[in-house]
Design a binder for this molecule. Structure first.
Ligand code: HEC
Length: 292
């Protein structure tokens, strides 16, 4: 899925766009092909790989293949994930701990640190309130699906090589990585809203709601990092805290790790506590869940 709204299914489909987009290159493919063909050395090398020569389809394929090579499979972070603890510095370890603690890994998941789902860009009012010119590009996934709940949902970008790819966010609203990370801090007001919902509508005691939310968050972080005992602890926490609202993020964490058997264990644990109201709460939560 390419672009912030996932409108192009493949890299090839994406690569076709910018050439003819008036605010990008503002050219036409026949023009570009004609220009490329004037470079004899280029044509010779190109034809060695694509025998049927320089044409739009082949150029697009070549760009997509180039993009596929832009991976860093043996970075220090990969080495760290494979168990070489000294591969990253103490400061980097501390940063990664914070990343897990603040549940960034629920969305920026797996070794790619993202790229697996579309998520709400904050609660619409919060993120977009600062902006006076909210328009179509801010509707995100909605532009493709036309489903109301997809409004303001964007592809979770990979954070691989993030220091090299400013500006950030679908609107390029910041060039500074520190500022981008600060903008992603969990929204305390939103978290409070979730806790209050639990207290007021489900009747959970305040202390339980707060500690329980923190426990669920810890489980999400642990599941996202592939900790083998994370599910046992998650089930224990569900049984211990006996509330339902945390199911959505937990569920997501499990699905993203594609461990459906473990996912079922969590659902069962919740079901034992909540009975048939389970889906209703899930729906509630999904609609109120404020992302980042
Ligand atoms: C609920 C899902 C979710 C969580 C949790 C989350 N993010 Fe994101 N993140 C997103 C989405 C979606 C975007 C793209 C939004 C946009 O561009 O409008 C994004 C964008 C970013 C970007 C900009 C990337 C780019 O290429 O422009 C950074 C940096 C980032 N997040 C860091 C973090 C950090 C750090 C945390 C934890 C404090 C975090 N995120 C938690 C969903 C999430």
């Amino acid at each position: 899925m390419q672009f912030w709204d996932g409108r192009a299914p493949t890299l090839e489909e994406q690569a076709k766009g910018p050439v003819e987009n008036p605010i990008e290159m503002g050219a036409t493919w026949p023009d570009v092909i004609a220009k490329l063909k004037t470079d004899a050395a280029f044509v010779k090398e190109f034809t060695a790989v694509f025998p049927d020569g320089v044409n739009t389809e082949n150029v697009v394929r070549a760009i997509a293949e180039f993009e596929r090579s832009l991976i860093t499979p043996d970075s220090r972070f990969d080495q760290y994930l494979r168990g070489k603890v000294e591969a990253i510095t103490a400061a980097e370890k501390a940063g990664y701990r914070l990343f897990k603690k603040h549940a960034c890994a629920t969305c920026h998941v797996g070794e790619l640190l993202g790229g697996q789902s579309f998520e709400l860009m904050g609660r619409a009012e919060d993120y977009f309130r600062k902006r006076s010119n909210v328009g179509e590009p801010d509707y995100g996934r909605y532009n493709v699906t036309k489903i109301e709940r997809d409004r303001y949902r964007f592809k979770v970008p990979t954070l691989r090589n993030i220091a090299l790819t400013a500006p950030f966010f679908h609107d390029g609203s910041t060039k500074d990585l520190h500022e981008a990370v600060r903008a992603r801090r969990p929204d305390r007001k939103a978290a409070l809203a979730v806790v209050l919902t639990m207290v007021l509508t489900i009747g959970i005691p305040l202390g339980t709601a707060i500690t329980g939310t923190a426990a669920v968050n810890r489980s999400i972080g642990e599941i996202a990092t592939g900790d083998p005992e994370a599910y046992d602890r998650a089930v224990a926490r569900i049984e211990n805290w006996r509330f339902v609202v945390g199911i959505k993020p937990l569920e997501k964490a499990c699905y993203r790790n594609t461990d459906l058997a473990q996912h079922e264990r969590l659902v069962e644990a919740y079901r034992k506590i909540t009975g048939d109201d389970f889906d209703e709460f899930r729906y509630e939560f999904d609609n109120n869940y404020v992302t980042d």
